[in-house]
Design a binder for this molecule. Sequence first.
Ligand SMILES: Cc1ncc(COP(=O)(O)O)c(C=O)c1O
Length: 374
Amino acid sequence: MFVEGISLKKKHGTDKVYDFSLGNPNVDHPEAFKRALIHVANQEIMLKHGYTPNEGYPETRQAVAQKINKTTGVKISADHIVMSCGAGGALNVILKSLLDPGDEVIILKPFFLEYPFYIENYSGVVKYANTTADFSLDIAAISKAITRKTKAIIINSPNNPTGKVYSKKNITDLARLLKEKGRALNKAIYLISDEAYAEIVFDGMKMPSILKAYPDSIIAYSYSKTLSLPGERIGYIAVNPKIYEAGDLIKALILCTRIMGFVNAPALMQRIVANLQYVTVDVKIYQKKRNLLCRGLARAGYEFIKPEGAFYLFVKSPIPDDVEYARLLLQKNILVVPGSGFGTPGYFRIAFCVDDATIIKSMDGFAAVIQACK
Ligand SMILES: Cc1ncc(COP(=O)(O)O)c(C=O)c1O
């Protein structure tokens, strides 16, 4: 899609191609980020660009722990934080640390398309469970997917590709299930919470704290979307202090951070995010784009669940073959990703982290294609 987009833009001109295929944030990073970058660049610090401690700088981990304490009330210390190369790096480090060959990891359809690869990187076995009609956690489906080989479940809220934000009740129900199953199987089932879009939540909704809800939980957090800097590769892992032998897990996470090839989170970014714990991009800009897109597509006759966060809309394909529908849209220079790529045929994903003009100008094409399919 990325390559297709480039070639279409070359052929027709950038303003005539409506590329909704990529989750590359287009909202500017906050001014505070630019100031912090210049400040750090001008600082005289020993080994400013040197290797950092494998777990990250103590002051950055301290700042992260303090924020979690303050915003969730969970007592967590810098010792439970390991800085990472984004959520992608965090998830790989977590899975490498936890998995033995043959361990099962549950993921939920529709899923972020990298998850199966991440799990298989460490000889894990992917188990799928469906979500409900509105893309909430389906507790019965997850219950069915749990076996004695289950090591972990990955959840992602706000969700890519659906924009769903799991409610407090939904998370509490999941926590209850995992506790019951863990007790019955006499083992911990780890809840890995991919929080790549943690701060991008609309309409004043609040994300419930996973650390508070479930003891055997681990967070993979990212600044990629929160601060609009996905190319800079910075995030962290937060380990619930209540995990049995959490210290051993943290040692494994620190070692895995070192040995997986990326060797520590970037030094400069660690120094910068230490001072930007409460800074985010302007989420209202994404909310406005969501509203614009939802209004236009609803008017054209498309069906979808309104996203509560992130910057994705998962739309029901008007014909059963979502790949074919994506092809039809492509004929109008509209690029979307078929739901099949997320394990959920019959839908397509629109990434609305694009200019408002792209959304507005694409509407005629969206309307024409659905009309032609009636
Ligand atoms: C659900 C989800 N998890 C993880 C990632 C990886 O993000 P990062 O840039 O933090 O590695 C992404 C990126 O788009 C994502 O959508």
